[in-house]
Design a protein around this ligand. Structure first.
Ligand SMILES: [Zn+2]
Ligand SMILES: [Zn+2]
Length: 359
């Protein structure tokens, strides 16, 4: 994006948030008690800390045909086998011990938070800050989720926001549901993804020792946390059969977290309303929010990527925000960035699709 456009984009988000210091009285009369509170915390309502996760509408696909797809057979075979294992795991659910069910749900929630609160909201968008114990928790959870290390995940994610729905977007939803869901992991990256991804500012990630540590020891990390530990715990501690442990707690749980995350890239870019910005593809999708613990408010999220809640609301279908708020309550999370209601309403009026329901 040319510098002046970027600046305009950023300063416009500042302006929309600062013009509301004297809130129009009609908004306050709407009877929203919380609104007043939000408006009083304008200092919190700051613009983006990063520039490289802000959408650059000036970037267009290059002319000419797309390069031929190059399949990555290793990934295709492994993904196929994993999903086969996951499907078999479904058949074993009724014969699992209750403790195993609880273990699977805990591992699901834990690893999902490693993606949503960790790789996504903390490391890709820097939408809040976390102290070391929380970052440690999140990097372990993130390793259990095994979706590439935080450095690579964040690079792919920033380029996804900045060059959304172009060839430089790793999971460009214009290439269809399957491609944006899982297909993008089964073929070589489009050259534009590499080119644009290589130009991003990732200095914050490179400077973070924990992120670099995970990257260096990623293979043993995933082996231990995604596969060995989830399998051994039910088998060792409450005598679950090895088969149930492996297929349900490991293959099925891993498959489910993967697909829940992928739905954000596929379904939430294709199905749903666009109350905040009708000029972009991402949409509000409640079902995705349920599976992906709060990440389905995707039209909002692409409009305001620096909001720590990835949603206009806080705890509405959003376990990740609840988690971050609990961490903030015990002092482990701070500087949570939240866009003010007035800025949101102004944006809705300017670019929304008319589906916005206040309240
Ligand atoms: Zn997206
Ligand atoms: Zn994002």
């Amino acid at each position: 994006m040319p510098a002046h456009l970027l600046q305009e984009e950023i300063s416009s988000s500042y302006t929309t948030t600062t013009t509301i210091t004297a809130p129009p009285s009609r908004i306050l009369q709407n009877g929203e008690g919380k609104l007043e509170k939000t408006l009083l915390h304008l200092e919190e309502d700051i613009g983006p800390e990063l520039k490289d996760d802000i959408y650059d509408p000036s970037y267009k696909d290059k002319e000419g045909p797309r390069p031929k797809l190059e399949y990555v057979w290793r990934n295709i075979i492994l993904m196929f086998l994993l999903h086969l294992g996951g499907l078999y795991g479904i058949l074993l659910i009724p014969t699992c011990q209750v403790y195993t069910w609880l273990w699977v749900v805990s591992c699901y929630g834990f690893s999902a938070l490693g993606i949503t609160a960790g790789a996504h909201r903390l490391w890709s968008h820097r939408s809040y800050k976390a102290r070391l114990p929380l970052r440690l928790f999140l990097i372990i959870a993130n390793t259990m989720a095994f979706q590439n290390d935080v450095y690579e995940w964040s690079r792919d994610h920033r380029v996804h926001h900045k060059f959304s729905e172009t060839d430089a977007d790793p999971h460009n939803a214009r290439r269809g549901f399957f491609f944006s869901h899982v297909g993008w992991l089964l073929v070589r990256k489009h050259p534009d993804v590499k080119e644009k991804g290589g130009l991003l500012d990732l200095s914050d990630l490179k400077a973070e020792k924990l992120v670099m540590f995970q990257r260096r020891y990623y293979k043993p990390g995933i082996l231990l946390l995604c596969f060995i530990l989830p399998t051994l715990v039910p088998w060792y501690f409450w005598g679950e059969t090895f088969q149930h442990s492996l297929y349900v707690a490991t293959f099925l749980r891993y498959t489910l977290v993967l697909n829940a995350t992928w739905l954000v890239n596929s379904a939430a870019h294709l199905y749903g309303y666009r109350p905040y910005d009708k000029t972009i593809n991402p949409r509000e999708n409640i079902l995705v929010s349920l599976g992906a613990v709060g990440e389905g408010f995707h039209n909002y999220h692409h409009t305001f990527p620096y909001d720590y809640s990835t949603s206009e609301y806080r705890w509405h279908l959003n376990l990740t925000t609840l988690f971050i708020d609990c961490m903030a309550a015990i002092g482990l999370a701070y500087d949570r960035k939240k866009v003010s209601k007035a800025a949101i309403l102004a944006r809705v009026k300017r670019t929304g699709d008319g589906s916005y329901k206040s309240g």
